[in-house]
Design a protein around this ligand. Structure first.
Ligand code: ADP
Ligand code: MG
Length: 394
């Protein structure tokens, strides 16, 4: 089972520019979580803070009893081995073929024989659909294949936690759907804790067990997917439907006069930019038939049923409807019969003491969104390669 990550009160600024503050959340072991946020809200900064590549100003990020924020260099080096990271564009060494790129962490961090390394590399290339491509250079393959090669590289040290920075960026919708399926299949196979940061709303709707959103330097919400997917919080609703109408503007938050003018335009029939208005809980991607069931999903059911009574009626409904009739019976719940405050659902979950993900409803302060379009591409291809260099290049 993957490791739990417990983040409390994390804040990060660069000089006088705050990026986000007071972020608290837990990634439950072996579950898949997505952090949404408009460009420039600090999603990449958040991932880098989780692995000690950037140092937050305050707060803690605890993995297996080690606080990544304050631990020694040696402890950080050790703890980082628990993480597999897929940086944007795969962050592969351009002069090495895929085989050597994927073998790289094994050669740097382990004393395994070349025969053993070969077995592992071929296994991870097969898991990511890259069998036969081992001799290709990163420049010779498509963006989707580079992402998968980055993922294969992230898998070779058997990580307990996998972090993915915009795995969908630069991919068409079909390739994105394949990558989403691949992440769910990997989770079923290795039961690692997974965090994906993205601004892709289809990934957010269909992939994770838990969903969060960063906006205006705050964690707006983090909790079971059903909570955000049914939320009437304006920022969350606007983002999940890709509309212009709402608090998120072209490069910053809107003032109330702009919002009123846009509302009037829409009421007069002007298109608001959203092409779809999907509300509610859409089915989650399931592992490809033949793979094991996801242990994280099974554990999550017990965990979420314990907190069912604390959730909104819409979220409760979404959760109950996602259960099979047998599971509804097991937990003692039925659709359209919600659990009131103070009551617990079902005895089946009684033994579960899994910590709950924090669900933080931030007060939205009246500051601008950090505003920088795009990301710097990770370039990790100069001179002799060491793993320390690879990390520090990200
Ligand atoms: N190393 C850095 N030094 C100074 N500012 C940075 C650094 N890295 C990121 N930033 C700033 O932090 C903000 C958030 O960036 P980023 O995490 O890349 O956003 P996102 O990934 O959500 O698009 C941006 O305003 C960016 O300019
Ligand atoms: Mg980014």
């Amino acid at each position: 089972m993957g490791a739990e990550v417990v983040i409390e009160g994390l804040s990060k600024s660069f000089g006088s520019q705050p990026i986000w503050r007071d972020v608290s959340l837990s990634l439950p072991p072996g579950e898949v979580s997505v952090m949404l946020g408009p460009s420039g809200t600090g999603k990449s900064v958040f991932l880098k803070s989780m692995i000690g590549l950037l140092k937050p100003d305050t707060g803690t990020c605890v993995v297996n009893g080690t606080d990544i924020v304050r631990c020694s260099e040696h402890k950080l080096y050790e703890t980082r081995k628990l993480f597999g990271v897929l940086f944007q564009d795969g962050a592969l060494f351009g002069s090495m073929n895929l085989y050597d790129n994927v073998a790289f962490p094994l050669r740097e961090h382990t004393k395994k024989s070349e025969a053993e390394i070969k077995r592992i590399v071929m296994e991870k290339l097969a898991m990511t659909g890259l069998s036969g491509a081992e001799d290709k250079l990163p420049g010779e393959i498509s963006g989707g294949m580079r992402k998968r090669a980055g993922l294969a590289r992230a898998l070779v040290l058997d990580p307990e936690i996998i972090l993915c920075d915009e795995p969908d960026s630069g991919l068409d919708p079909v390739r994105t759907a394949y990558l989403s399926q691949l992440l769910i299949d990997l989770n079923a196979q290795i039961d690692a804790t997974i965090l994906i940061v993205t601004h892709n709303i289809n990934v957010a709707r269909t992939v994770p067990d838990n969903l969060g959103m960063l906006f205006r330097k705050e964690l707006v919400m983090f909790g079971p997917r059903e909570v955000l997917l049914t939320s009437d919080e304006p920022v969350v609703e606007q983002f999940l439907n890709g509309r212009r109408l709402g608090p998120i503007g072209m490069s910053e938050e809107k003032d109330s006069a702009t919002m009123a003018a846009e509302q009037a335009n829409v009421e007069a029939g002007h298109h608001d930019g959203g092409t779809e208005d999907v509300r509610g809980v859409v089915p989650q991607i399931q592992p490809t038939p033949g793979l094991p069931e996801r242990q994280g999903e099974r554990r999550r059911k017990d965990r979420v049923m314990q907190i069912l009574h604390t959730l909104s009626p819409e979220a409760q409904e979404g959760i109950i409807e996602s259960l099979s009739p047998e599971e509804q019976q097991h937990y003692g719940v039925r659709p359209h019969q919600l659990v009131g405050a103070g009551q617990h659902a079902g005895g089946g979950a009684a033994g579960s003491t899994m910590p709950l993900p924090s669900e933080h409803h931030g007060e939205l302060p009246a500051e601008d969104v950090a505003n920088r379009p795009g990301d710097r591409a990770a370039e990790s291809d100069s001179g002799r390669h060491t793993d320390a260099q690879w990390w520090s290049n990200q």
